[in-house]
Structure formats: C-alpha cells, structure tokens
Ligand binder design. Structure first.
Ligand code: PMP
Length: 457
C-alpha cells in the first residue's frame, strides 16, 4: 500500500537516475530526518546512510555548526553574485583555503554549483585556452569507459556510461573514451595489475597517436571511479598515465568530485594515487552537501592565458548565477575548518582498516566476486560464478535486489549494475562500520536465498 506522499510523488515528479516505469509501481523511499550517519523515513525507520547521500554528506546529517553558519550567512547576505568583478568575503576566504590545501600548485579558483558544471567549465576552458594559444586543432578530450563526470551536454559526453549517451545523441564529437582500468573485470587471465596498467597506458598512447597528438588537449579521470562502480585503479596505473600525458603535452584533469576532502585517506585522491594533475574539479564534500557548490582549481599557466584573452577580447564570458553563492562559500569555509579541527583525514585513516577489512570479508560470500576499498570508499561485485567471474544476466537486477534487502535491514547503499558501493559519511565510527556491514551481510544472505529461489544460481 503506497502512502499518501508516495502517491503524490508518483503523480508529480520525474526522478533523476530512476527507472521511471518501475517507480510508478514501487514508489519512493521518503526520508524525513537525519542524525549523525543515520537517516529516518516517514515511518520512523532508521537507516545507516552507507552512501553519504550521493557520496557527499561527509559530516553526517546533523552538524549544528554548518546549520548555524548557513543561518548566519542567510541573515547577513543571502545572495550576491561574483559577476563583473563583484565579490564577497566567504568566496575569497574559501578560495584562499582551497589554494592552501590543493594537492598540486594552483593559482585561482572558479566556482560553480554542481560537479557537472565544474566539468563543463573544464571542457570550455580547455577549448578556450587552446584557441587563445593559437592551436585551435588541439581540442579533443579523452575520458574513460565507466568514468563519471556529470550530466550536462559536455560532462555527460565525458561520462563513459551507456545510459548517459543512448538516445541523448551523445557523446559530442571530439570526446572519446579509453578503457576502464578495472583489473578484476578487464585484465587478461594471469595479467598482473602492473602489466594491466602498462597495457592500458599503451592503449591510451595508441589512441593519442591515432588521433594525432596535436589534436588531443586533455585527459580526465576520477582517482577512484565512483558511479562507474566504485572501482579502484590498478597498481602503477596513474604513474604510467602521467608519463603518457606529459609526453604529448596533454592536460590532466583530476575529477575529485567524490574523492576530494578526505575520502581516500588523504585530503585529495590526486595525492593518494600520485596523479600529476594540472587542474581539479571539486564539489560534494566541499560543503558536506549542506549547499550545492563546486569549484575548479586552475593553474597559473591557464589563468595567465585567460587574463591575456581578456586583454585582447574583453570579458571572460562564462559563469552561472549561483557561482560562489555566499551561503555555499560560508558553509564550505566552515566545513574545511571542521575537517582540519576534527582531523578528518586522520579519522579516515584510523577507521579505514576496519572498513576495508569488513568489505574484503564480504569477498568470502558465495555471491561476491570482488570486494575492494580504500579510505572510506569501496564496492563489491556480485557474480553468478566466483571461479569464472561469470556475471548474472543484467536484467535480473541482482545488485539492485541486494540494495532492496539492505534497505529492509536498515542500510542505504547503491547498486550500479551488480556492483554495490559503500561510501559512508567520513565521521562514521568503527562500531557503525561494523553495523553497516552486519546489515549488508544479512542483505546478501537474503539475496542468495532469493537468487536460488529464482533459479539464478
Ligand atoms: N564527477 C564525479 C566524479 C561525480 O561523482 C559526479 C556526481 N556523482 C559528478 C562529477 C557530477 O556532479 P553533480 O551530480 O553535482 O553534477
């Protein structure tokens, strides 16, 4: 029986990333409140938010300091923009703080409101810069299959997932995808992680040579692939990619929308994996998701080109209304202060061994083919046959079923096909991590019984 709210939802909303046909039958999960790492639905049922919302609520659901900061800023100046050289204190202070903690030398910060528009900005700046530098042919951007970079026309083109392209007439020309660095799924039998990484780097080099190095402007990658299935890079991968990009003068864009601010056990995933990034996209945990805000970190070299262009042609014609929103910037400044004061990176490092150990233990379950994590992010892949790694038929929705069972057990997590991700708020305690995995283990056992009953095994 659907609740009144559920019926009203079905009659009024088109949900992002939802099977809109199925939604009409099953209705929404309606959440009402949150505290710490827990959220509560309208019936009062408690869930551990095992996905930190959408990989974003790093400080959990009841941070009073963030709420007070937002309230104070709302009272003082709820909005002002930063177009035409206008500014405000929180925007400046946040940019200073970001420069201080950046994992690579950066010169300036450009604000947006979402991860998607941050990556759109990256694409536009790459194009704009290469026109300015008199090399208009150097425009192509290489991304990776299963990479996730957003949903706007350019960032959805960067995304390497079929559902983001099919029938949307994407990707745009000039945006191409190289192989996904998922060792478990795509390595040859017996191929080591290092050998797999070498093969992928060689493949990238072949693509660059085939296209013509003079036409390839940039490469974009997430340190850990998120929406592609919580996929960790294989050993040696970024080291080898760095070398190829340097060889052909190709800009490296690190998409830290998920991994920024402690997720992998360093302030940035770029550091964890030694990525020689030129520019970085940030969003999500920048405000602990208490306000939509994104930022692009730009190098001195890029900034100088932009200033030169303004000397020649005038206004830098890019930016949106809510870029550098004062409430978002004030919350972000406070969020960064809390990360530092509460030593969030140290906390992640302290609890991560428990997270990784419990995650890897799921690998012993008959349904789990791979279980890997770093810091406080990781995933499991459910398979029909552990020996051969044979997957279930996609349309049986085994991963999604385990997520439904997890929900019954009081855990919110997310299936991307038959890969299920774990990415809890960074403030999670060891006891809460144990409880999260206890709940998922029960869900997996239910999934196993269901799969047997359905004749899937
Ligand atoms: N990049 C990455 C790595 C992401 O995970 C996401 C969102 N999940 C985006 C970009 C897009 O961000 P948004 O949904 O805020 O547009």
């Amino acid at each position: 029986m659907l609740s009144n709210l559920a019926v009203r939802d079905i009659e009024t909303l088109v949900h992002p990333y939802t099977n809109l046909a199925t939604h009409r039958e099953v209705g929404p999960l309606v959440l009402e409140s949150g505290k710490g790492v827990y959220v509560y639905d309208t019936a009062g049922k408690e869930y551990i938010e095992g996905m930190a919302g959408l990989w974003c609520t790093s400080l959990g659901y009841s941070n009073q300091e963030l709420i007070e900061t937002a309230t104070e800023q709302m009272k003082k100046l709820p909005f002002t923009h930063i177009f035409g050289g206008r500014s405000h204190d929180p925007a400046i202070e946040l940019a200073e703080k970001l420069k201080e903690i950046a994992p690579v030398p950066i010169s300036k910060v450009f604000y947006g409101a979402s991860g998607s528009d941050a990556n759109d900005t990256q694409v536009k700046i790459v194009w704009y810069m290469n026109n300015a530098l008199g090399r208009p042919q150097k425009k192509k951007i290489i991304s990776r299959l299963k990479g996730y970079h957003g949903v706007t026309v350019a960032s959805a083109s960067l995304t390497g997932l079929p559902n983001n392209h099919i029938d949307f007439d994407l990707p745009l020309p000039g945006i191409m995808h190289t192989s996904c660095p998922h060792h478990y799924r795509f390595a040859e039998p017996g191929e080591s992680e290092q050998d797999f990484s070498s093969r992928l780097a060689a493949e990238l080099e072949d693509m660059i040579l085939r296209e013509g190095p003079d036409t390839v402007a940039a490469f974009i990658a997430e340190p850990v692939m998120g929406a592609g299935g919580a996929i960790l890079p294989p050993e040696g991968y970024f080291e080898k990619i760095n070398a190829i990009l340097a060889k052909y003068d190709i800009l490296f864009i690190s998409d830290e929308v998920i991994t920024g601010f402690g997720r992998t056990g360093n302030m940035f995933g770029t550091t964890t994996y030694g990525m020689k990034a030129d520019t970085i996209s940030l969003a999500k945990q920048i405000t602990s998701a208490y306000f939509p805000l994104s930022a692009v970190m730009l190098s001195e070299q890029v900034y100088d080109v932009l200033v030169d262009q303004s000397r020649k042609i005038g206004v830098f014609g890019h930016g949106n209304t809510y870029a550098g929103h004062p409430v978002g910037c004030a919350i972000a400044v406070k969020t960064l202060e809390i990360y530092q004061r509460e030593k969030i990176v140290e906390h992640v490092r302290k609890v991560s061994p428990t997270f990784v150990k419990r995650l890897e233990k799921l690998g012993e379950h008959p349904l789990v083919g791979e279980a890997r994590g770093v810091g406080l992010i990781g995933g499991v892949e459910l398979v029909k046959d552990k020996q051969t790694k044979a997957p279930f038929e996609a349309k049986k929705g085994v991963g999604a079923k385990s997520v439904v069972f997890a929900q019954e057990e009081g855990l919110i997590t997310r299936a991307m096909g038959d890969r299920v991700a774990f990415c809890p708020p960074l403030i999670i305690t060891e006891a809460e991590i144990e409880e999260m995995f206890n709940r998922y283990e029960r869900a997996l056992n239910k999934t196993l019984n269901w799969a047997k009953a359905e004749g899937l095994l």
